[in-house]
Design a protein around this ligand. Structure first.
Ligand code: HEC
Ligand code: HEC
Length: 158
């Protein structure tokens, strides 16, 4: 039997309709509970707020360009247009007294690579990139693989 292109298209659309319906039904299982319990109006017990990791030990970076995570408390540190508490330890001029690692050279560059005498405006709000860590279960499973575990022989390893 020869079918018209219309019949084919109709069939295809019907399959698509059923398939998307099936995927939509699976969706709730794939989305992690990021938004808390489903009964918004009911009273639910509040879990204790996890504690920050504040052991002062600088953490390994997952890749060279990763903004290092903050290993100390930043509770109450003001970070506004007039005051930057982070720079009071981390800027070049103050690192000798504070013992803090200097903000790296990239923090003095404009996005065209031009060097500035002070921190670049695009690096001023530190916590846009640097965050403290808490010891909690990740909301989404992490399948990240360190690039050094992918079979690359590292320079100087023999
Ligand atoms: C009182 C001084 C001080 C202040 C204020 C301060 N830091 Fe630090 N920071 C340090 C010291 C010292 C270290 C080295 C590790 C340690 O002793 O905690 C450090 C480490 C870090 C590191 C880790 C660097 C690495 O290579 O692993 C980051 C990131 C960082 N601080 C970001 C911040 C940010 C963002 C703020 C502001 C919200 C801030 N710091 C405020 C002193 C300070
Ligand atoms: C736009 C994102 C961004 C912002 C904003 C930012 N950083 Fe960074 N920071 C990075 C990245 C990425 C690195 C690692 C690569 C590099 O050095 O550029 C880094 C590295 C660092 C390091 C480690 C330097 C070293 O040599 O080990 C310190 C300390 C640091 N930042 C502090 C700060 C502070 C303090 C501020 C706020 C004044 C700040 N950063 C703002 C992205 C950012």
């Amino acid at each position: 039997m020869i079918k018209s292109p219309g019949t084919w298209l109709g069939g295809l659309l019907a399959i698509l309709f059923v398939a998307t319906g099936a995927i939509a039904q699976m969706a709730p299982e794939r989305v992690p509970a990021l938004s808390g319990p489903p009964q918004e109006m009911g009273e639910v017990e509040a879990k204790p707020i996890p504690k920050w990791v504040v052991d002062d030990a600088r953490k390994e970076r997952a890749y060279p360009d990763q903004p290092p995570v903050i290993p100390h408390s930043i509770e109450g540190y003001q970070l506004s247009v007039n005051t930057n508490r982070c720079l009071s330890c981390h800027k070049r001029e103050l690192t000798q007294e504070s013992g803090a690692p200097m903000i790296s050279v990239t923090h003095y560059m404009t996005r065209e690579g031009q060097m500035l005498a002070d921190v670049s405006p695009r690096r001023y709000f530190c916590t846009a990139c640097h965050v403290p860590q808490a010891d909690v279960r990740p909301l989404v499973n992490n399948t990240f693989k360190d690039m050094s575990d992918m079979g690359v022989k590292q320079a100087g390893s023999e």
